[in-house]
Design a protein around this ligand. Structure first.
Ligand code: HEM
Length: 505
């Protein structure tokens, strides 16, 4: 007889629950009143109509029909866990934030990893960047680092973000993904080249959430106790090592286990195999920023480590699964505007464009006071919200309805941080920064980072979906990649049936 393979912890969850609960609990209404049946509706006579008096059924069904909240407009599919961040190296000379105040200090964290374009039920093995969102519960309030598994992004201007996302979401007429929309957008905006290359490279499909790095992606500002600022990038490097899925394996898993990444995270934490990441920063002085060859606030570019080495800071360990995914992960509301004294935004146009978007979407997705739920706000706040749906007394100090008592205390330290020297005063809405260099870093990626086999896999991956776009879009896209390297364009031409057919004519 074939020996039964042990099941993973995620499959055993219900059995373990049943073993733990000795007495079957008495079912109750939402108010805690015992009920006589959880299965049978009340009728007048054995086959008669249902009286309105069956409030037990109404209690059940009204909760059921309201079970769904709107999904995140992007990053809808994801999984998360809890743990801690520990400082291993002193950076207090660079940043005054209390979280970094001493070596050995631990701060609780919540993490959520996600894919971007797919809906809440889509496969988490899709080719897509992975969201890498960390909420540090510091004594100075929450610090949310809401980044991705890539150090860069597709576009450098927030105005282009909704268009970019729409190019990947379902076509509103056909309700299908539309490769014309995607490649049209990409080939008209050459700043996307760098990130598109990463997306179609081996790193485009990480093997679960544990085997990928995470990045703050944007340029932030650190400020120390003397109010001296530096620019900064944040990096989480996986201690599990980088592992990716091949396009074929990912496609297969998309059919057999579309929750592969969520399950991998859950099972490993349940088994005590806690994933961890080492946390680094890169720093750039204001003087360096003014003369550096690339715009330091352009999120389509990396800061090469040869110029700005990684400085170790600490590590993050995830050691606790959520008790209820909806309550603890789905309702986690990450917001890049949640910053602590010592960490500030910069003129990075994408970051600027994000600072307002998240609170707005949280109010739509979760309600106006949800950011005050005990799961999100672990420190008391002085926000002076006094009422509203789902207000949680735990995390708000009640007793002062207005600001009257605070005016004499002066402004918060965050408002007094040094100003920026690099900001010109004129307003501008430059669609394309003149002379912006879109191809040098992609060229380095092509020539010096990828080996020949990796170039081959990347061009095969691109061709597999570029071939679905209209011929003129294919031509424009190949022209764009040829500007990275002629060999890049040549390989694509060979792999695209459209070019083979036109050369035969
Ligand atoms: C989620 C907007 C750029 C990373 C979201 C959500 C919105 C949004 C509305 C859903 C949030 C929620 O419902 O809780 C925007 C806008 C952007 C932008 C307007 C540009 C102007 C970026 C960039 C990154 C990023 C550049 C990464 C570098 C994330 C992540 C999440 C997210 C990781 C998921 C957070 C979670 O796990 O709950 N974004 N985003 N976004 N965004 Fe952005």
């Amino acid at each position: 007889m074939e020996k039964r393979k042990p099941r993973p912890p995620s499959a055993e969850q219900l059995i373990q629950y049943a073993l733990k609960v000795k007495d079957i609990p008495i079912d109750t209404t939402s108010a805690g009143n015992p009920v006589d049946s959880e299965t049978d509706i009340k009728t007048i006579g054995p086959h008669g109509p249902v009286p309105l008096e069956d409030t037990i059924y109404l209690d059940k069904v009204f909760h059921f029909t309201g079970e769904r909240n709107p999904e995140r407009v992007v990053h809808a599919k994801g999984g998360g866990a809890f743990g801690y961040f520990e400082v291993t190296h002193d950076i207090s000379h660079l940043c005054r934030a209390a979280i970094f105040s001493e070596v050995g200090k631990q701060t609780p964290v919540a993490a959520r990893f996600s894919t971007v374009w797919g809906e809440r039920g889509s496969a988490d093995t899709n080719r897509d960047p992975r969201g890498f969102a960390i909420k540090f519960y510091t004594e100075e309030g929450n610090w949310d680092l809401v980044g991705n598994n890539t150090p860069i992004f597709f576009v450098r201007d927030a105005f282009r973000f909704p268009h970019f996302i729409h190019s990947q979401k379902r076509n509103p007429v056909t309700h299908l993904r539309d490769w014309d929309a995607f490649w049209d957008f990409i080939s008209l905006l050459p700043e996307t080249t760098h990130q598109v290359m990463i997306l179609f490279s081996d790193r485009g499909i990480p093997d679960g959430f544990r085997h990928m790095h995470g990045y703050g992606s944007h340029t932030f500002k650190l400020v120390n106790r003397e109010r001296q600022p530096v620019y900064c990038k944040f990096h989480f490097r996986t201690d599990q090592g980088i592992k990716n899925l091949s396009a074929q394996t990912a496609q297969k898993l998309g059919g057999t286990n579309p929750d592969y990444a969520i399950q991998d995270l859950y099972d490993n934490i349940a088994k005590g195999n806690f994933p961890s990441w080492t946390f680094y920063i890169q720093v750039m002085s204001f003087e360096q920023a003014e003369t550096y060859k690339w715009n330091p606030f352009d999120v389509t570019k990396i800061w090469p480590q040869s110029d700005f080495p990684l400085i170790p800071v600490g590590h993050m360990v995830l050691d606790k699964n959520p008790g209820n995914h909806f309550a603890e992960i789905e309702q986690l509301a990450f917001n890049p505007n949640n910053l602590i004294p010592g960490v500030e935004p910069t003129p990075d146009k994408m970051l600027q464009g994000r600072l307002h978007s998240y609170l707005d979407t949280h109010i739509h997705r979760l309600g106006p006071t949800t950011t005050k739920s005990p799961l999100i706000a672990r420190t008391e706040s002085e926000l002076l919200i006094i009422s509203g749906m789902l207000l949680w007394l735990l995390t708000i100090r009640m007793g002062r309805p207005t600001i009257t008592l605070t005016v004499s205390r002066g402004r918060s330290p965050r408002l007094m941080e040094p100003g920026l020297r690099m900001m010109p005063r004129e307003m501008s809405r430059d669609i394309r920064l003149k002379g912006e260099d879109n191809f040098s870093q992609p060229r380095i990626l092509w020539s010096s980072v990828l080996d020949d086999a990796a170039r081959d896999r990347m061009t095969t991956n691109i061709a597999s979906v570029l071939k679905l776009a209209a011929p003129f879009i294919q031509e424009r896209t190949v022209k764009m990649f040829s500007q990275v390297h002629p060999d890049f364009g040549a390989r694509l031409r060979k792999k695209l049936p459209h070019f083979q057919e036109s050369s035969e004519e």
